[in-house]
Structure formats: C-alpha cells, structure tokens
Design a protein. Structure first.
Length: 368
C-alpha cells in the first residue's frame, strides 16, 4: 500500500510539474471565455444573416427581438424574410451550437476517462451503432413500406446498444481498463458498420440507400424549434454535471493508482461518465447524423490555449465546439450553389488538417 501511495505521489508530482510548465499565463486563461463568447455571438449572427435570404448582420438581434416580443420587424426585412429566418435558419444555428458544444464536451470527457488523447465520442461505437439503427429504420420504410420505428429513435437505440456492448466487453475480467475499452470500441464499431453495410447491400433500393448514406454524413437541415428541446436539455444537464466533476476529471488524468490514493473510484467514475457521454452523443447523433472530428480536434485546441485543468477547460471546449460547428454549417450551406453539403464531410475536411497540425506540431499537451 505504501508503494502504491509513493507511485501515485510521484506520478502526481511529475504530472504537476509538467502541467506547471505548460500552463499558459493567467491573463490568457482569464480572457479565453469572454473572448470565445464574443466570437460565438458574432458567428451566431453571421450564420443567421447569410444564406439564400440575406440580411445585414446588425439586423439579426432586432429580428430575434421582434419575433420574441411580437413587435414589428425592421423596415428592410419583409415578413417572408422574417419567417424564413425565424422558422428555418435560427433553429438550425441553435442546433449547430448545441451539437457542437455537446460533441466537444463528450470528447473532452472521453479523453480524460480513458487517458487517451485520441479518444472521442465515437470510440465507444456510438456512431456505428447509431448508423446501423438508422439504416435499418430508413430502409425498412423504403423497402418494406412500413415505418417500424422513427429514424431518430432507431439511431438512439442503436447508439445506446453499442455503448452497452462496449462497456460489457471492456468490463470483462472484473476490472474496466482503458485498453480493453478502446479495443472493445473498435470491435463493436466494425461489427455495427458491417451490419449496416449488409442491410444496405440486401435492400437494393436506390432512394433508400441514398437517404441512408446522406444521414450517415451528417446534416442539420431538418432542424426545427420542436426538435431543440431534448438536445438542449441533455447537453445542458450533462454540462452542469461535468462542471461539478472537475476535480475527479483532473485526477483521472493521473491514472487509476493516483485516483485510488485520493479516494476516487476510477472504475465507477468511468462507467458513469461513459454512460452519460453515450446518452448525450446518442441524442445528438439521432438529431443530425454522424459528425466527426469535433470531439477530437476542439479539446486539443482548447488544451493548447488554456491548459489541462477542467475547471477552465470545459467552458472553453463547449464554446469552441459550438462556434466551430456554427461556422462549419454556414460553409456547408453556401459552398455549393445547388444545395447543402453534408456537414460531416466539411468537419472532416477542416478537422483532419487541424488535427495533423496539432499532432505533429505539439503532441505533448495531454494530461499535463
């Protein structure tokens, strides 16, 4: 027991020393949240203003205020333009913010829980499980002409089922290990993708296959006010919970032995955190399909900006993820004149080069 305590203390000292050398100045850390908040608000107004119907960015707050209070719209904005912005574009931008914040938060929690800087929400097989469920529901509707289950619900059930399978496999042998979780996630992900591809192959329905493939690429085009309640509630509730867990998250970065020494049950925390991440990501994937790289790139960029302490990291990550996905969705709407580009393609095109720069430019800023 003494040896374990000494090992943990040495690990804490080493990690603490590394963190101290990598922590940016207090000035940068204190200005990160206000600066990102201002950037988020600018991105929000810009995304609402630009599109097939364009208004001046300064008119966006007036339009929102007029719709909320029932007052007259600005003189330059016709009622039809106001309805388009209020019913179509603003819910889409809000959903982009919620999804971006939720995916970035999920990635941060995953990386701390499994002590793996390459972890993201989909490491648990959430994306592949959701894809298998959604493909089954979509093609059942097109091929069998019967709606067995709504596509969002099928995607959510598939995501949760895949996560349960990963946790069961990762917990074999009485102890939940990070290595087994990663391997179990890879196995379940491959299995679910094989099932989804097999269903598509057997269906042989062109329209259904196109719909399934488009869903798997991610899209925010179906955003509606009525569909914002659950994603916003789940992401908001999860954010409040994880903000209360910043000490435990910091300790998990030090390893299981250090966590035990400090009185934290690392295995139990991992089960709880990953279950919440699975629920949150499942709800988001069910709303907008599969959107990759947000949970991988944003946490790394945030750590380089303000360090690894989760008290500051979590708000910065959520603001950064929300801003990133709002701007990515704006590009997805305007880059093609004929229609929307699936946002999952754009996040991969933007995220992959950014992640390579982070990986090869400064690969040591994880966990201290």
């Amino acid at each position: 027991m003494k040896r374990t305590a000494m090992v943990a203390q040495q690990a804490m000292a080493t990690k603490g020393a590394q963190t101290a050398t990598k922590q940016p100045t207090d000035i940068l850390g204190s200005w990160a949240v206000p600066g990102l908040t201002a950037l988020f608000l600018c991105a929000f107004c810009l995304a609402v203003a630009i599109g097939s119907v364009t208004v001046h960015i300064t008119q966006v707050p007036a339009i929102i205020s007029a719709k909320l209070t029932g007052q007259a719209l600005p003189s330059q904005v016709t009622p039809a333009m106001g309805d388009i912005l209020w019913e179509l574009r603003i819910p889409r931008v809000i959903l982009a913010a919620v999804v971006g914040a939720g995916l970035a938060l999920s990635g941060t929690i995953m990386q701390a829980s499994v002590q793996n800087p390459l972890a993201e929400p989909f490491i648990l097989g959430i994306a592949s499980g959701a894809s298998a469920g959604a493909v089954l529901a979509i093609l059942a509707d097109y091929v069998l002409h019967m709606s067995l289950i709504p596509v969002p619900l099928a995607a959510f059930v598939g995501a949760i089922g895949a996560t349960v399978a990963v946790l069961l496999l990762g917990g074999l042998g009485r102890r939940l290990s990070t290595v087994k979780l990663v391997l179990a996630g890879a196995v379940v992900s491959a299995l679910c993708m094989a099932v989804a591809n097999f269903i598509i192959y057997l269906a042989a329905d062109a329209e259904g296959m196109q719909s399934a493939v488009f869903w798997s690429m991610g899209s925010l085009a179906d955003a509606k006010w009525s569909g914002l309640l659950w994603p916003t509630a789940v992401v908001g509730g999860s954010a409040l919970y994880f903000l209360s867990q910043v000490r435990a998250l910091d300790v998990l970065l030090l390893g299981a032995e250090a966590a035990v020494t400090l009185g934290i049950n690392a295995t139990r925390k991992r089960y709880v955190y990953m279950t919440l991440v699975a629920i949150m990501t499942g709800v988001l994937v069910a709303q907008c399909g599969i959107i990759g790289f947000v949970g991988l790139v944003i946490p790394h960029m945030a750590r380089q900006l303000i360090g690894t302490g989760h008290r500051r990291l979590l708000p910065v990550v959520m603001l950064g993820g929300a801003t990133f996905l709002i701007l990515a969705d704006l590009l997805a709407r305007i880059v093609l004149p004929a229609g929307d580009l699936p946002i999952g393609i754009l996040t991969a095109l933007l995220g992959a080069p950014l992640f390579m720069k982070l990986l090869f430019g400064n690969s040591g800023n994880f966990g201290g």
